[in-house]
Design a protein around this ligand. Structure first.
Ligand code: HEM
Length: 407
């Protein structure tokens, strides 16, 4: 199979359902390859799946995040490109510093009882819905509400707004996929950005009048005191991107992880009470079923990567999910092994833009998984399931289970 066939396969429905055979085929062609048939106007010149090479490009601060030339014309792109996720230094450094200060160990510690409360409440509801052998959608009842409620509480979003909010997140995520750049999807993403900006302007005004203990109240206070180097519009862009980044990613950590864990009954039987195993399971789920499959970076000057010339401003597609199954770094890469030694996976990226919320998701996983299996030792998937239509954010949106007898 040549590289062109592999990429065609990856973009097909079959590839989205199970990209791993194509990633394995790509590894046989080496860590980086030129993209043979480039789409019109595409600046993607090469595709990389080798762990060391992807790691090296992401760690190199010279490689940057490119922007489409017309970004000022679209609300969604204006929002993205005034947020830390899509901006380059020095603006990136300035924005990230403001938020990094809010993700302190103290705040994370304070989140622990919140997560336990939300998880316990959701398990209670699942037990009720699953009593008498009834089927439960694990995503709707657990994988989605746990991260959504945790982040809503962390940031300070009213719970009642979450359903409205999620629709806008979905519109933005659809546009983010490689196949998503259609005029309809762009229009919906622009609408979502505009509505979310209006939403946050109102919320900030409200928190100015009635401050609480949440992140937004804290940020408004330091902003108004002139204590941070950020405009209100930049704060809004960052809040939108922060919540978006935290959301579906963590939902997929849970929904993609469940079938993988259920295939290892010995592991889940040992999970309750073994914190080190819980950490290992979270990391191994994220390695094998990364919610984010690729990132992209542009070359700062004409250069060579892994022997392949890349011209200045050309982009390399970095397949982090393929890197996470690189046999050179993870022996027997398709085997689930929560005790695996070796390098960290690239599921949270690496370098300047390394995920700001990785500790939050890891904590959610570590606290939730042992409790889930302690409560439902007979938990089982009850219907075939499929993965979402996006390779950028790949995950299970509906997963029917039976809970069995609850403990
Ligand atoms: C399992 C769940 C998660 C996964 C797999 C994930 C994945 C990632 C990845 C791959 C990046 C790097 C993007 C790049 O280099 O271009 C990233 C960045 C980011 N993530 Fe996460 N993420 C998760 C959860 C979260 C959570 C819970 C939050 C917020 C609390 C969050 C906030 C962010 C932010 C703000 C950035 C941008 C950081 C920057 O550009 O400096 N993420 N995430």
């Amino acid at each position: 199979m040549d590289v062109d066939e592999i990429l065609t396969g990856l973009y097909s429905e079959q590839g989205r359902q199970n990209p791993y055979p194509w990633y394995a085929a790509l590894h046989e062609h080496g860590p980086i390859n030129a993209v043979p048939k480039r789409a019109e106007h595409s600046t993607i010149t090469a595709v990389a799946g080798g762990y060391d090479l992807v790691d090296q490009v992401l760690r190199d601060p010279g490689w940057y995040k490119g922007a489409p030339p017309d970004w000022q014309d679209q609300e969604i792109l204006r929002t993205f490109l005034t947020s830390m996720m899509f901006i380059n230094p020095p603006d990136h450094t300035r924005m990230r510093a403001v938020f990094a200060k809010t993700f302190t160990p103290r705040r994370l510690g304070a989140l622990e009882p919140v997560i336990v409360r939300i998880v316990t409440d959701r398990l209670d509801r699942m037990a009720e819905a699953g009593a008498d052998g009834g089927e439960v959608d694990f995503v709707a009842d657990f994988a989605y509400p746990v991260p959504a409620l945790v982040m809503a509480e962390f940031i300070g979003l009213p719970e009642a707004d979450l359903a409205w909010y999620r629709q806008r997140v979905d519109w933005i995520d659809e546009y983010m996929d490689v196949a998503g750049k259609t005029p309809e999807r762009l229009a919906r993403a622009n609408q979502a950005a505009e509505e979310l900006r209006g939403y946050y302007r109102e919320l900030l005004a409200h928190r100015r009048r009635q401050p609480g203990e949440d992140l937004i109240s804290g940020l408004v206070e330091v902003l108004d005191a002139g204590g941070v180097d950020l405009t209100e519009e930049e704060l809004i862009s960052n809040l939108i991107v922060l919540f978006n980044a935290s959301f579906v990613t963590t939902v997929y950590m849970f929904s993609n992880g469940l079938p993988l864990l259920l295939a290892h009954p010995d592991v889940i039987a040992a999970l309750p009470g073994d914190d080190a195993l819980a950490r290992g399971c979270v990391d191994e789920v994220l390695r094998m079923e990364s919610p984010v499959h690729f990132l992209a970076r542009a070359a700062p000057h004409d250069t060579e990567v892994g022997g392949l010339p890349v011209a200045r401003d050309e982009n390399v597609l970095l397949l982090i999910a393929a890197a996470n199954r690189d046999p050179a770094r993870f022996p027997d890469p398709d085997r689930f092994d929560p005790h695996r030694a070796g390098p960290p996976s690239l599921a949270f990226g690496v370098g300047l833009h390394f995920c700001l919320g990785s500790a939050v998701s890891r904590l959610e996983g570590r606290l939730a998984l042992p409790r889930l299996f302690a409560r439902f030792p007979e938990l089982a998937v009850s219907q075939p399931y499929t993965y979402s239509g996006s390779l950028f954010l790949r995950g299970i949106d509906k997963l029917f289970v039976t809970t069995g007898e609850a403990r």
